[in-house]
Design a protein around this ligand. Structure first.
Ligand SMILES: Nc1nc2c(ncn2[C@@H]2O[C@H](COP(=O)(O)OP(=O)(O)O)[C@@H](O)[C@H]2O)c(=O)[nH]1
Ligand SMILES: [Mg+2]
Ligand SMILES: [Zn+2]
Length: 293
């Protein structure tokens, strides 16, 4: 019996990484009956006489679990947004941040394709970097041919399990390939020339980088706040959490309430107006969400 980590799940097989080897395993026969389904990222006990015919015997308790993408035991999320092509989108970045904060996963932010910006865009991206760093997030301005930025990202990935989120085309796969060329993950450019359109990176797989594991996935495929309640939303904005004890009302939603410390901080320029606007937009989205039965 040995301990390992599931790094890939495909056609009924689980690929378990252990001590430098990958074992192809099946789940134990009674998993299905007991409604246990192993997830990528699971720590498992397994038995294997060779590399092809292993069995997963048991699964250790999960630290956390995502549904889309289906993956367990995530330490952090790398949110990639590009400076250009596609255009930088602060609303989308804040949406990813909320989805990650909701899962209590630590985010860090990469703004990619900085080799493509003009001076004005560079200044704007540097201002965003300052804004998000002030909140407490790490922000790296990167491009695949700037090795310093790639080294910085690599050091963030070391020894941890990371899930990557971000719009298609922002350069997630290219970034991983640049950090470790042995990965040779499909990028959109390649897949398009093969006529496979944008259907790269559909399955979940963990890649080993600097003794860490990274899941390159289509990102979070659902960007709706399906399960988030309005009371939880302020908790997903760390800079609100910092001041909201001073709101007059407990459970203040920082919207129409008087004597609200968050609104005051926005007026005083201590909280970015854009972040607050996005918050209101998300709040409205949750409040007008149709009930699901
Ligand atoms: N100029 C430039 N292009 C990049 C950079 N990173 C990625 N790209 C290009 O952006 C396109 C999409 O990249 P890809 O890695 O497939 O994005 P993904 O969908 O997020 O995985 C490809 O044509 C890449 O060559 C970068 O840092 N600079
Ligand atoms: Mg990709
Ligand atoms: Zn308030």
């Amino acid at each position: 019996m040995a301990l390992g980590k599931i790094i890939k799940s495909l056609s009924g097989f689980y690929y378990v990484y252990s001590d430098g080897e990958v074992y192809q395993c099946r789940g134990r026969g009674n998993f299905r009956k007991r409604k246990i389904s192993p997830l990528v990222g699971d720590l498992v006990e397994f038995k294997a006489d060779n590399l092809e015919e292993g069995y997963i015997l048991s699964i250790e308790d999960r630290k956390n679990e995502l549904v889309r993408p289906p993956i367990a035991n995530v330490d952090q999320a790398l949110i990639v947004t590009s400076a250009v092509h596609p255009d930088f989108n602060a609303l989308l970045l804040d949406r990813f941040l909320v989805l990650v904060e909701e899962k209590r996963i630590e985010p860090f932010i990469v703004i990619s394709k900085m080799d493509q910006v003009d001076d004005e865009r560079r200044k704007a991206m540097e201002a965003y970097k300052d804004q998000y760093e002030k909140i407490g997030y790490s922000v790296i301005l990167s491009s695949v041919n700037d090795s310093e930025s790639m080294d910085l990202i690599q050091s963030h990935l070391a020894d941890r399990t990371t899930v990557i989120a971000g719009q298609s085309g922002v350069g997630k796969s290219s970034m991983l390939n640049s950090i470790d060329p042995r990965l040779s993950i499909d990028t959109d450019e390649i897949s398009e020339s093969l006529g496979r359109g944008k259907h790269t990176t559909r399955h979940v797989e963990l890649y080993e980088i600097s003794d860490g594991l990274v899941a390159d996935t289509p990102g979070f495929s659902s960007l709706e706040f399906g399960e988030l309640e309005q009371e939880q939303l302020p908790e997903c904005f760390p800079e609100f959490v910092e001041v909201q004890n001073d709101c007059k009302f407990r459970g203040c939603l920082h919207h129409k309430e008087p004597k609200c410390a968050v609104k005051k901080a926005v007026e005083d320029g201590e909280i970015a107006k854009k972040r607050y606007d996005h918050y209101l937009q998300f709040l409205n989205e949750i409040q007008t969400r149709k009930p699901r039965y």
